[in-house]
Design a protein around this ligand. Structure first.
Ligand code: AMP
Length: 186
Protein backbone atom coordinates (compact mmCIF):
# COMPACT_ATOMS: atom_id res chain seq x y z
CA UNK A 1 0.00 0.00 0.00
CA UNK A 2 1.34 3.42 -0.97
CA UNK A 3 -0.14 6.43 0.76
CA UNK A 4 0.75 10.10 0.81
CA UNK A 5 -0.22 11.93 3.95
CA UNK A 6 -0.69 15.50 3.06
CA UNK A 7 -1.36 18.78 4.83
CA UNK A 8 0.11 22.03 6.07
CA UNK A 9 2.92 22.27 8.64
CA UNK A 10 1.57 21.38 12.08
CA UNK A 11 -1.32 19.28 10.77
CA UNK A 12 -0.06 16.23 12.66
CA UNK A 13 1.26 14.27 9.68
CA UNK A 14 4.46 13.14 11.39
CA UNK A 15 2.89 11.66 14.51
CA UNK A 16 0.05 10.03 12.61
CA UNK A 17 2.35 8.83 9.85
CA UNK A 18 4.51 6.90 12.31
CA UNK A 19 1.42 5.28 13.87
CA UNK A 20 -0.10 4.39 10.52
CA UNK A 21 3.14 2.86 9.25
CA UNK A 22 3.31 0.71 12.40
CA UNK A 23 -0.34 -0.34 12.09
CA UNK A 24 0.10 -1.33 8.43
CA UNK A 25 3.63 -2.66 8.94
CA UNK A 26 5.10 -0.62 6.11
CA UNK A 27 7.86 2.00 5.86
CA UNK A 28 7.39 5.58 7.01
CA UNK A 29 9.32 7.87 4.68
CA UNK A 30 9.47 11.42 6.00
CA UNK A 31 11.66 13.79 4.00
CA UNK A 32 11.82 16.25 6.93
CA UNK A 33 13.23 13.49 9.19
CA UNK A 34 15.65 12.38 6.48
CA UNK A 35 16.88 15.95 6.08
CA UNK A 36 17.25 16.50 9.84
CA UNK A 37 19.36 13.30 10.00
CA UNK A 38 21.58 14.67 7.21
CA UNK A 39 21.91 17.99 9.07
CA UNK A 40 22.81 16.18 12.31
CA UNK A 41 25.41 14.08 10.47
CA UNK A 42 26.93 17.26 8.99
CA UNK A 43 26.83 15.80 5.48
CA UNK A 44 27.18 17.94 2.38
CA UNK A 45 23.47 17.44 1.65
CA UNK A 46 22.62 18.35 5.25
CA UNK A 47 24.66 21.54 5.18
CA UNK A 48 22.99 22.61 1.95
CA UNK A 49 19.49 21.72 3.17
CA UNK A 50 19.91 23.50 6.51
CA UNK A 51 20.10 26.90 4.87
CA UNK A 52 16.66 26.39 3.32
CA UNK A 53 15.13 24.68 6.35
CA UNK A 54 16.18 27.40 8.79
CA UNK A 55 14.46 30.01 6.63
CA UNK A 56 11.33 27.89 6.30
CA UNK A 57 11.89 27.50 2.55
CA UNK A 58 11.64 24.28 0.59
CA UNK A 59 14.84 22.43 -0.20
CA UNK A 60 15.29 22.36 -4.03
CA UNK A 61 13.39 19.65 -5.88
CA UNK A 62 16.47 17.99 -7.40
CA UNK A 63 18.00 17.53 -3.94
CA UNK A 64 14.80 16.06 -2.47
CA UNK A 65 14.02 13.84 -5.44
CA UNK A 66 17.62 12.59 -5.55
CA UNK A 67 17.50 11.81 -1.83
CA UNK A 68 14.26 9.81 -1.87
CA UNK A 69 13.96 8.32 -5.37
CA UNK A 70 15.61 4.98 -4.66
CA UNK A 71 13.28 4.38 -1.71
CA UNK A 72 10.01 4.95 -3.53
CA UNK A 73 9.56 1.58 -5.15
CA UNK A 74 10.88 -1.09 -2.80
CA UNK A 75 9.11 -3.23 -0.21
CA UNK A 76 5.42 -3.70 0.41
CA UNK A 77 4.66 -0.02 0.24
CA UNK A 78 5.13 3.10 2.29
CA UNK A 79 3.61 6.07 3.99
CA UNK A 80 5.02 9.24 2.43
CA UNK A 81 5.05 12.12 4.88
CA UNK A 82 6.10 15.61 3.82
CA UNK A 83 6.68 14.49 0.22
CA UNK A 84 5.64 15.49 -2.40
CA UNK A 85 5.59 19.20 -1.56
CA UNK A 86 5.69 20.59 -5.10
CA UNK A 87 4.12 19.63 -8.42
CA UNK A 88 7.59 18.65 -9.73
CA UNK A 89 7.98 16.24 -6.79
CA UNK A 90 4.48 14.81 -7.37
CA UNK A 91 5.36 14.22 -11.03
CA UNK A 92 8.66 12.56 -10.05
CA UNK A 93 6.74 10.28 -7.68
CA UNK A 94 4.24 9.38 -10.41
CA UNK A 95 7.07 8.59 -12.81
CA UNK A 96 8.82 6.36 -10.28
CA UNK A 97 5.61 4.52 -9.40
CA UNK A 98 4.40 4.23 -13.01
CA UNK A 99 7.81 2.92 -14.04
CA UNK A 100 7.50 0.17 -11.44
CA UNK A 101 3.77 -0.42 -12.19
CA UNK A 102 2.90 0.43 -8.60
CA UNK A 103 -0.19 2.58 -8.03
CA UNK A 104 -0.49 5.28 -5.39
CA UNK A 105 -3.50 4.23 -3.31
CA UNK A 106 -4.42 7.60 -1.94
CA UNK A 107 -3.41 11.02 -0.68
CA UNK A 108 -5.00 11.66 2.70
CA UNK A 109 -5.41 15.36 3.35
CA UNK A 110 -5.43 16.58 6.96
CA UNK A 111 -7.70 19.59 7.11
CA UNK A 112 -6.81 22.04 9.94
CA UNK A 113 -7.43 25.83 10.14
CA UNK A 114 -4.39 28.08 9.78
CA UNK A 115 -4.99 29.72 13.21
CA UNK A 116 -5.01 26.31 14.90
CA UNK A 117 -1.83 25.33 13.02
CA UNK A 118 0.08 28.38 14.23
CA UNK A 119 -0.95 27.65 17.85
CA UNK A 120 0.22 24.03 17.47
CA UNK A 121 3.55 24.99 15.88
CA UNK A 122 4.31 27.55 18.58
CA UNK A 123 3.57 24.89 21.21
CA UNK A 124 5.89 22.45 19.42
CA UNK A 125 8.57 25.15 19.32
CA UNK A 126 8.49 25.36 23.10
CA UNK A 127 8.69 21.56 23.47
CA UNK A 128 11.18 20.54 20.77
CA UNK A 129 14.39 22.16 19.72
CA UNK A 130 13.53 22.67 16.05
CA UNK A 131 15.35 25.63 14.56
CA UNK A 132 12.55 26.17 12.00
CA UNK A 133 9.77 26.52 14.60
CA UNK A 134 10.15 30.23 15.41
CA UNK A 135 7.18 32.62 15.04
CA UNK A 136 8.79 34.23 12.01
CA UNK A 137 9.55 31.05 10.10
CA UNK A 138 6.20 29.49 11.03
CA UNK A 139 4.33 32.19 9.14
CA UNK A 140 6.72 31.92 6.22
CA UNK A 141 6.27 28.13 6.11
CA UNK A 142 2.49 28.64 5.95
CA UNK A 143 2.91 30.98 2.97
CA UNK A 144 5.28 28.51 1.28
CA UNK A 145 2.69 25.77 1.86
CA UNK A 146 -0.08 27.82 0.30
CA UNK A 147 1.99 28.90 -2.69
CA UNK A 148 4.00 25.78 -3.53
CA UNK A 149 2.45 22.80 -1.77
CA UNK A 150 -1.33 23.41 -1.85
CA UNK A 151 -1.32 23.01 -5.68
CA UNK A 152 -0.25 19.39 -5.12
CA UNK A 153 -3.64 18.82 -3.45
CA UNK A 154 -5.39 19.95 -6.65
CA UNK A 155 -3.06 17.72 -8.65
CA UNK A 156 -4.18 14.69 -6.61
CA UNK A 157 -7.81 15.86 -6.63
CA UNK A 158 -7.74 15.86 -10.44
CA UNK A 159 -6.45 12.30 -10.29
CA UNK A 160 -9.29 11.34 -7.92
CA UNK A 161 -6.79 10.32 -5.23
CA UNK A 162 -7.71 12.63 -2.33
CA UNK A 163 -9.45 11.56 0.86
CA UNK A 164 -9.97 14.44 3.23
CA UNK A 165 -10.07 14.03 6.99
CA UNK A 166 -10.70 16.45 9.84
CA UNK A 167 -7.28 16.92 11.46
CA UNK A 168 -8.61 18.46 14.69
CA UNK A 169 -9.34 16.59 17.92
CA UNK A 170 -7.28 14.17 19.98
CA UNK A 171 -4.48 12.09 18.48
CA UNK A 172 -6.63 8.98 18.81
CA UNK A 173 -9.62 10.58 17.12
CA UNK A 174 -7.51 11.71 14.18
CA UNK A 175 -5.85 8.30 13.95
CA UNK A 176 -9.23 6.52 13.78
CA UNK A 177 -10.30 8.85 10.95
CA UNK A 178 -7.00 8.21 9.17
CA UNK A 179 -7.33 4.43 9.46
CA UNK A 180 -10.87 4.54 8.17
CA UNK A 181 -9.86 6.76 5.24
CA UNK A 182 -7.06 4.38 4.31
CA UNK A 183 -9.26 1.29 4.58
CA UNK A 184 -11.92 2.89 2.39
CA UNK A 185 -9.41 3.87 -0.27
CA UNK A 186 -7.71 0.49 -0.63
P1 AMP B 1 8.89 18.77 7.90
O1 AMP B 1 9.54 18.04 9.02
O2 AMP B 1 8.19 17.85 6.93
O3 AMP B 1 8.00 19.89 8.36
O4 AMP B 1 10.07 19.44 7.04
C1 AMP B 1 10.93 20.40 7.60
C2 AMP B 1 11.62 21.21 6.51
O5 AMP B 1 12.39 20.33 5.68
C3 AMP B 1 10.69 21.94 5.55
O6 AMP B 1 10.26 23.20 6.05
C4 AMP B 1 11.58 22.08 4.33
O7 AMP B 1 12.56 23.09 4.51
C5 AMP B 1 12.31 20.75 4.32
N1 AMP B 1 11.58 19.71 3.55
C6 AMP B 1 11.04 18.56 4.04
N2 AMP B 1 10.46 17.85 3.08
C7 AMP B 1 10.64 18.57 1.92
C8 AMP B 1 10.23 18.37 0.58
N3 AMP B 1 9.52 17.29 0.19
N4 AMP B 1 10.58 19.32 -0.32
C9 AMP B 1 11.30 20.41 0.03
N5 AMP B 1 11.69 20.66 1.28
C10 AMP B 1 11.36 19.75 2.24
Amino acid sequence: MRIVIFGPPGAGKGTQGVRLAEALDIKHLATGDMLRAEVAAGSELGNLAKQYMDRGDLVPDDVIIGMIRSQLTGGDGMILDGFPRTIAQAQALDEALDGASLPLDSAVYFNVDRDELVVRLLKRASELDRSDDTAETINHRMDVYEEQTAPVLDYYRSAGKVTEIDGTGTMDEVFQRLLQAVQESS
